[in-house]
Write a protein that binds this ligand. Structure first.
Ligand SMILES: [Zn+2]
Ligand SMILES: [Zn+2]
Length: 255
């Protein structure tokens, strides 16, 4: 984290850059008019589905078009996850039927290697999930690690960039080194839930268990799909002595 005077200077520089180069929509590159969201034009913003109540008390799956209280979803009822609760900022359909602005941005960020998107998306996630974050006491933020080979190829870990913004906004320490990915897993897109679980089994390990003992962890990832990855990370962290793991993601898919 930057010291206060350097942070003030960085904020002023951000403002100057915005003034010189008016902000563009992160999804469609259209101009952002005054009353749109800070990062999206009004057309894209109106299509982004923010996660709202009612939702699953454990995995955070939103029960769209439903009213009433939060409750457990069928998936969590049949298999209790290793994390206590998960939350995402917004969601989009699992199948690519329509062009969704959030999916577009996530893909640009990860596969188009748009590192600069990390800051805006991380800020959206940090401020949009304030209720969730304020409800829990977090000792350490841990981003879901990439395999070193994937990291070399991409040049950055998207989860670290997102987690950094949460760490900054809430003044919480982040440890991007304690959890490591030892196994290079194949792409999970085409896999069933069961195959995803097998695919990530044994993929992660902990570097120094002592630093996790009794700690409440906030695990950060970009997208929650089946939850297999964050569940496996949680299992490893709990085994290493962590007290509790919560999960925060920028997006989650809905079926
Ligand atoms: Zn747009
Ligand atoms: Zn659930």
């Amino acid at each position: 984290m930057l010291p206060p005077h350097r942070q003030a200077l960085a904020d002023r520089l951000d403002w100057l850059v915005d003034w010189l180069y008016p902000p563009r929509c992160r999804a469609c590159r259209g101009r952002i008019a005054g009353r749109d969201s800070e990062y999206f034009c009004s057309a894209c913003w109106s299509q982004i589905r923010l996660v709202s109540h009612p939702l699953c008390t454990v995995c955070g799956r939103p029960f769209l078009d439903a009213s009433g209280d939060d409750h457990l979803c069928g998936v969590c009822l049949s298999r209790t996850p290793r994390f206590v609760s998960a939350r995402a900022w917004a969601c989009y359909p699992r199948e690519e039927i329509t062009e969704d602005p959030l999916r577009q941005v996530v893909q640009k960020f990860k596969y188009g290697r748009k590192v600069s998107l990390g800051k805006s998306l991380g800020q959206l996630m940090a401020s949009g999930c304030r209720e969730f974050l304020n409800e829990r006491r977090v000792d350490t933020i841990i981003p879901v690690p990439l395999h070193p080979k994937r990291l070399r190829w991409r040049g950055f870990n998207q989860s670290v960039l997102l987690a950094r913004q949460v760490s900054r906004a809430y003044g919480l320490p982040m440890d991007p080194f304690v959890l490591v990915r030892d196994k290079e897993t194949s792409a999970q897109t085409q896999l069933s839930e069961e195959e995803r679980r097998k695919n990530v089994r044994g993929a992660f390990s902990v570097q120094s268990a002592a630093s996790l003992n009794g700690k409440t962890i906030l695990l950060v990832d970009d997208v929650y799909t089946s939850g297999a990855t964050v569940n496996e990370c949680s299992r490893v962290l709990m085994q290493a002595g962590a007290k509790k793991v919560s999960v925060l993601t920028l997006a989650r898919t809905i079926s």
